[in-house]
Design a protein around this ligand. Sequence first.
Ligand code: NAD
Ligand code: IPM
Ligand code: MN
Length: 370
Amino acid sequence: AANKKLLFLPGDGIGPEVMRQVRRVIDWMDRKRKITFDVSEGLVGGAAIDAHGVPLSDATLAEALAVDAVMLGAVGGPKWDNPTDYTKRPEAGLLALRKELGLFANLRPAVVFDALVDASTLKPDVIRGLDILIVRELTGGVYFGEPRGITDIGNGERRGVNTQVYTTSEIRRVARVAFELARKRGNKLCSMEKANVMESGLLWRQEVTKLHQEEFQDVELSHMYADNGAMQLLKNPKQFDVIVTDNLFGDILSDEAAMMTGSLGMLPSASLGAPDANGNRKALYEPVHGSAPDIAGRDLANPCATLLSFAMCLRYSFNLDEDAKLIERAIQNVLGGGMRTADIMAPGMARCSTTVMGDSILRELDKVAS
Ligand code: NAD
Ligand code: IPM
Ligand code: MN
């Protein structure tokens, strides 16, 4: 039965190219696994600006609120880089989606596939077997704090303002998600902020500590200043299991973690809201990378991050863990077989396009599913 409602928002740049590969996997699931999704498609980001003059239309937002899950490619690009009005940028569409859907918990797992140990710029011993999870707060902090804006303050001077702000409930709900996930993994949580310089960071540390005392004493909790955390991630990433951090630090640290996996093109993400009375939560799945204007339109992008995001979608929104594992295994095997998009290319491997990577993963899906 087609009761699984998905909204596809391919977006800009390489977004549509990598999302096309997800569409093929969905067709494959329909044919081979008898699992059918009801997929609708909409515009977001620059594509929506071109069509409707806004990066997220009310109709698309309404659709996103109505479906079981949203799959997003990427937004943004030089064509729409409006340096003054941030509400008219493609990125504002994505931020509005996150905010309106209440997607406060952003899960960004960084897993190093054995076949890609050499694709990272870090030494093999440092990253082999790495499996960490960054939980990034996604609807608060300096991304949304008021006041914000650029104002003239006289004498030819201007002032650019953003506000870092967190409340106790915002901190507690994302920390709770991170503690619960840690319990299902290595039972270790490291919280990162700048409690040494910022009141919002101090409150973050106090609330995480309090929640730990109250409900999660069985989880091993540590705290780190985010600058040290950035360094420790490069020095010895395997010391971490789950990391919980704010919106901006999480954005930066997850790009850093991406390079351990070999490429930004490998990192998936899930953005989750609070469960409703029936245990369902709003959710959006997207690769961590952006629209990659430098390679867009050339069939060069690595579709793995987006396909792995779809695997997270199957797992978290549809409880299809077995099918999620099939996709993950197929990707692992294809990489193990030496197939490489340009971003993870290594000597002796076969360089391939986005489409051919998709072909190979589909062929491998047939094998692992039988
Ligand atoms: P980016 O992630 O788009 O690209 C950074 C570098 O990584 C580029 O060299 C790119 O070619 C490479 N890369 C990224 N994804 C890849 C993939 N799948 N396969 C191979 N190589 C890949 O970041 P940027 O260049 O800083 O930003 C470009 C635009 O994307 C900006 O408008 C930015 O705001 C936007 N952006 C959007 C999202 C999103 O939609 N979630 C995330 C980040 C950036
Ligand atoms: C990400 C991106 C976004 C962010 C931008 C495009 C709004 O960098 O998803 O990591 O900063 O959150
Ligand atoms: Mn980012």
